[in-house]
Design a protein around this ligand. Structure first.
Ligand code: GDP
Ligand code: MG
Length: 368
């Protein structure tokens, strides 16, 4: 149930704290006794001891909106959503920029690109969505909130530096989320680059490249010279075709908040990845404790959109409040929106009041 500390895991697993810490080190996680371990790491750890770790199902919540069931016939192909992961300074941001630059068409190039948390590229007539928030932290934070947004993980490993602790963490997180990994061996332009050493190291972590008889796709790239970028995009398309990604575009929208902030002039601004259904201007929406009507939608090129089908990242205006990254956004009929938002708001207030009461009682007792 949620994150647990190393100490709690030690008593739950019936193992010494030192044993837990050692195992965590092997997994590339440096942890102290009171450190919180997320559910994914805990389940990997559990499997090391032959224990299955299960997350408790969330308690029944009257403020939740029931999910719409989509019939198999209603499902149509949708573009893949990709997250870039890897060790710090291995080139995640550079690679995102290189992919973006090499795939804007001439007329788009003049437009002002905006950072809305994700962007779409067109490669050989096919769309691919990239989440702009690199790193496994954003990924895990979203997963912890129940949001599954990624179809493919690109693991960036610098050819001159090799597999590092955060590389291993990224591998573990992608595996726990059951997301296929494509390895991009970056910085191959550097004189110190040693891609063979990277391949060797990856094999030690269970990623055996195709060239060596395994099933991991490894693409050598350079974010600086742009070498290998098209091959990488081709491999993403290949892997996502195998996944047979589909969604029903003809229903009320369902998506995830990628990021959100309060804009002085425009009010609450939320970047949403639409995952099911189509979001339209004028739709009544609810996200966390915020609700409203879609007043405007803008893509990463600053273009205004009237509708956003599945796998479209859009910036949405019109919410009453700033939702949190990882919150689910749904389009609903207006009365549902109000009722649910009020219930959620009331729940938030009760939670806050309980918090205050607890503190003041504690204060009281400490004075006796
Ligand atoms: P991040 O921390 O993973 O996002 O890494 P960055 O994209 O910020 O890159 C870290 C450093 O590596 C920067 O100085 C980049 O200019 C450099 N870098 C990234 N990709 C390449 C590459 O393909 N070749 C070379 N030579 N340098 C690179
Ligand atoms: Mg970066």
């Amino acid at each position: 149930d949620g994150p647990a500390t190393v100490k709690e895991l030690s008593s739950k697993f019936g193992r010494e704290v030192s044993e837990i810490i050692k195992k965590l080190m092997v997994l590339g996680v440096m942890a102290g006794i009171n450190q919180e371990v997320d559910i994914e790491t805990a389940s990997i750890l559990g499997s090391e001891f032959g224990i299955t770790v299960e997350e408790l199902p969330p308690a029944e919540d009257p403020t939740e909106i029931p999910e719409i069931e989509d019939s198999p016939e209603s499902l149509l192909p949708r573009p893949p959503v990709v997250t870039i992961m890897g060790h710090v300074d291995h080139g995640k941001t550079s690679l995102l920029d290189a992919i973006r630059q090499t795939n804007v068409t001439a007329q788009e190039a003049g437009g002002i690109t905006q950072h809305i948390g994700a962007y779409q590229v067109n490669y050989q007539g096919k769309k691919v969505v990239f989440l702009d928030t690199p790193g496994h932290e954003a990924f895990t934070a979203m997963r912890a909130r129940g949001a599954q947004v990624t179809d493919v993980a690109i693991l960036v490993v610098a050819a001159d530096d090799g597999v590092m602790p955060q590389t291993i963490e990224a591998i573990n997180h992608a595996k726990a989320a059951k997301v296929p990994i494509i390895v991009a061996v970056n910085k191959i332009d550097r004189p110190e680059a040693n891609p063979d050493r990277v391949t060797q190291q990856l094999t030690e972590h269970g990623l055996v490249p195709e060239q060596w008889g395994g099933d991991t796709i490894v693409v050598p790239v350079s974010a600086h010279t742009k070498a290998g970028i098209s091959e990488l995009l081709e491999m993403i398309l290949l892997v996502s075709e195998v996944q047979d990604l589909k969604a029903n575009p003809n229903r009320l929208a369902y998506g995830t908040i990628i990021e959100a902030q309060l804009d002085k002039g425009r009010g609450p601004v939320a970047s949403v990845l639409v995952q099911k259904g189509t979001l339209h201007i004028g739709d009544t929406i609810i996200a966390g404790t915020a609700f409203g009507k879609v007043r405007a939608m803008v893509n990463e090129r600053g273009e205004k959109l009237k509708k956003a089908p599945p796998s479209t990242p859009v910036e949405v205006l019109g919410l009453s409040d700033v939702p949190q990254a990882g919150d689910i956004l749904v389009a609903v009929d207006e009365s549902t929106a109000r009722a649910v938002a009020e219930k959620r708001f009331a729940k938030k207030r009760t939670d806050e009041m309980n918090q205050v009461q607890k503190v003041s009682l504690d204060d009281l007792f400490s004075q006796i």
